[in-house]
Design a protein around this ligand. Structure first.
Ligand code: DAH
Length: 339
């Protein structure tokens, strides 16, 4: 009897069926109700007591081997049919790929870059953690200058010389320090102000700074460039420049575009005037040029700065600035089709 079981163990070990039918025949032969294993277990009582222990052990080994064999061959067969060659089943329907969307801030920044790069502006960047010189002093805002209060600043407590930049005008200074005129560059980036968060204001937002330095740059050049920009960006061709004050430009102006008064929203966002303020600008103050080692007797230039959120809110009619930073997919997904 024991020999018979040992022989069967050999047979089970050697078995290597590759089709479903072969494996099923094997299973029936060994493991089914009327299979060999059941027969052998029934024989157990007839085995003489001295041999029972060995017989029992061998029988268990045979049973386990047969079961493992069936499982293993079935697995191999299933995997093989799953894969159908190197690339798998090419007829299987693909899982849909979730497409993301660009953030509206990136969309607007890219559009601004595109519009200005068409007239020869390069893109430059600077650090978000700045020193006093680049954010204030070099921009004609020396210590104790009252205009420093125009922008509430986050300082590093242990070192008042280090701060989070309050505007991208700091990149102007860095760019002038490192490049000779003619200069034509825009600097997009993140800025920080210690302000209460509301629907209209945030402590983190984005700006784009523009700088143009050459011989004989005039205010008319500035106006013409801004007109080109507003036409390309908004499709609006009427702007006005209102006299204003910035320490780093002289003269300075605020730029309004004529948005129109066609819809109720137009009335709301322009407060019934039809005009919308979109940026600050001016002729670079000679002191700023000097601070960056550019001779104001030879060169002149203009600069401008605008908030990206503000423009995005106008373009996409976004009512609350906080929506940009909440990362609510229901908001973000609405920009899927915008390029
Ligand atoms: N830096 C100003 C701000 O943050 C914006 C600005 C105004 C930039 C006039 C300029 C400029 O370059 O000429 O409010």
């Amino acid at each position: 009897m024991l020999d018979k079981v040992k022989e069967l163990i050999g047979e089970v070990t050697a078995f290597n069926g590759t089709t479903k039918d072969e494996i099923e025949t094997f299973r029936i032969k060994f493991l089914s109700k009327k299979g060999l294993l059941n027969d052998l277990f029934n024989e157990f009582k007839n085995v003489n007591p001295a041999e029972r222990k060995d017989f029992g052990q061998a029988l268990n080994t045979l049973k386990n081997l047969a079961q493992d064999k069936v499982n293993q061959l079935k697995d191999t067969l299933e995997n093989a049919s799953d894969q159908k060659g190197f690339y798998g089943d090419l007829t299987r329907p693909e899982e849909p790929i979730e497409l993301g969307s660009r953030h509206p801030i990136s969309l607007v920044r890219n559009k601004i870059i595109d519009v200005f790069s068409r007239i020869g502006f390069t893109v430059s960047e600077g650090p978000e953690i700045e020193d006093d010189w680049h954010n204030f002093t070099a921009l004609n805002l020396p210590e104790y200058h009252p205009a420093r209060d125009m922008q509430d600043t986050f300082f590093i407590e242990t070192n008042p010389d280090i701060l989070l930049r309050t505007h991208t005008s700091s990149v102007q200074v860095r760019y002038m320090e490192n490049n000779k005129p003619p200069i034509r560059t825009i600097s997009p980036g993140r800025v920080f102000r210690n302000e209460d968060i509301s629907a209209r204001a945030h402590c983190i937002f984005h700006q784009v700074e523009g700088l143009y330095i050459d011989t004989d740059v005039s205010f008319a050049d500035l106006k013409q460039t801004l007109l080109y920009f507003t036409k390309e960006m908004f499709g609006k061709s009427k702007i006005r420049l209102r006299p204003s004050y910035f320490p780093f430009t002289e003269p300075s102006a605020e730029v309004d575009i004529y948005w129109g008064l066609e819809t109720e929203t137009d009335y709301k966002i322009t407060k019934g005037t039809g005009w919308l303020e979109i940026m600050g600008c001016g002729m670079v103050d000679p002191n700023v040029l000097k601070n960056a080692n550019i001779d104001p007797e030879i060169y002149s230039g203009y600069a401008f700065g605008m908030g990206i959120e503000r423009i995005a809110m106008l373009l996409y009619q976004i009512p609350d600035i906080r929506m940009f930073y909440e990362n609510d997919v229901r908001f973000l997904e609405q920009f899927k089709s915008v390029l």
